[in-house]
Design a protein around this ligand. Structure first.
Ligand code: NAD
Length: 260
């Protein structure tokens, strides 16, 4: 049980992050959720977690492109709950374009959200974890931390980066009872995937059905999307005592994609 633990999950107003926050709460953790969205929808999710799982849930609107907001989010969580025991770096965005047309500001934004934000959260949360002698850091990487696809230069670079950051942090924290791992999903049906279909249609000159079958699920031998609950279950496992000797790994949950 994760009772008496506090989990901070970035990018958890939607998709995988929301499923991870809910699963950690189901196992007894207080949670800080974060991300963008309509205020009433976010409040509904937050209050729903408290009512359903009998834990405390807070919301932080911190923007993962802003280092000072990230530091303040961690400090606020520690003030409110006394600790950040579990840190899940999950916020992420995608942009699909050929390199020579890739907007510079999109490159910078993706590196900031998908990679640098994890450095900033870790930098803020590690001292408390060290002091308490327990911690779990889980980064949502991607199959794109292990292999590439065309037209996703910033995303693939950021995800390969987070895999390296994960290993480095695991080594630095190995004697402190703090594990650091990443989970690498293949295609999960979330707003992030749905939103890239029109651009992929344009970039490759395909119909929606062709993008789903010939681009997305083509990479995935099971020919099925991964579910957010399946990713969340791995996060819960990595937080358990059974996983205390698992550190520095990159666990694919990808229907066999990266076996090829
Ligand atoms: P999603 O779009 O459903 O969720 C993304 C979350 O990040 C949302 O809560 C959003 O508000 C938040 N976010 C975006 N920009 C932010 C910012 N600047 N500051 C704070 N929060 C911000 O997407 P998802 O598919 O659930 O993706 C979650 C993570 O999983 C991402 O890191 C993504 O790269 C990774 N991933 C997704 C898939 C997939 O197929 N969906 C596959 C592999 C990895």
């Amino acid at each position: 049980s994760l009772q008496s633990k506090t989990a901070l999950v970035t990018g958890s107003t939607s998709g995988i992050g929301l499923a991870i926050a809910r699963a950690l709460a189901q196992h007894g953790a207080n949670v800080v959720i974060n991300g963008f969205g309509k205020p009433d929808a976010i409040e509904k999710e937050r209050a729903g977690i408290e009512a359903e799982f009998h834990v405390r849930a807070q919301y932080s609107a911190a923007d993962m492109t802003k280092p000072e907001e990230i530091a303040a989010m961690v400090a606020e969580a520690e003030r409110e709950f006394g600790a950040v025991d579990i840190l899940v770096n999950n916020a992420g965005i995608q942009y699909v374009s050929a390199i020579e047309e890739f907007p510079v500001e999109k490159w910078d934004q993706i590196i900031a959200i998908n990679l640098s934000s994890a450095f900033h959260t870790m930098r803020a949360a590690i001292p408390g974890m060290k002091q308490r002698g327990w911690g779990r850091i889980i980064n949502t990487a991607s199959a794109h931390s292990l292999v590439a696809s065309p037209y996703k230069s910033a995303y693939v670079a950021a995800k390969h980066g987070i895999a390296g950051l994960t290993k480095t942090a695991a080594l630095e924290l190995a004697t402190h009872k703090i594990t650091v791992n990443c989970i690498s999903p293949g295609y999960v049906w979330t707003p992030l995937v749905e939103a890239q279909i029109p651009d992929t249609m344009k970039a490759r000159g395909l119909t929606k059905e062709q993008v789903i079958d010939d681009v997305l699920l083509k990479a995935q031998p099971t020919k099925e999307f991964v579910t957010v609950e399946q990713v969340a279950a791995i996060a819960v496992f990595l937080c358990s005592e059974a996983a205390s000797q698992i550190t520095g790994i990159n666990m694919p949950v990808d229907g066999g994609w990266t076996a090829q």
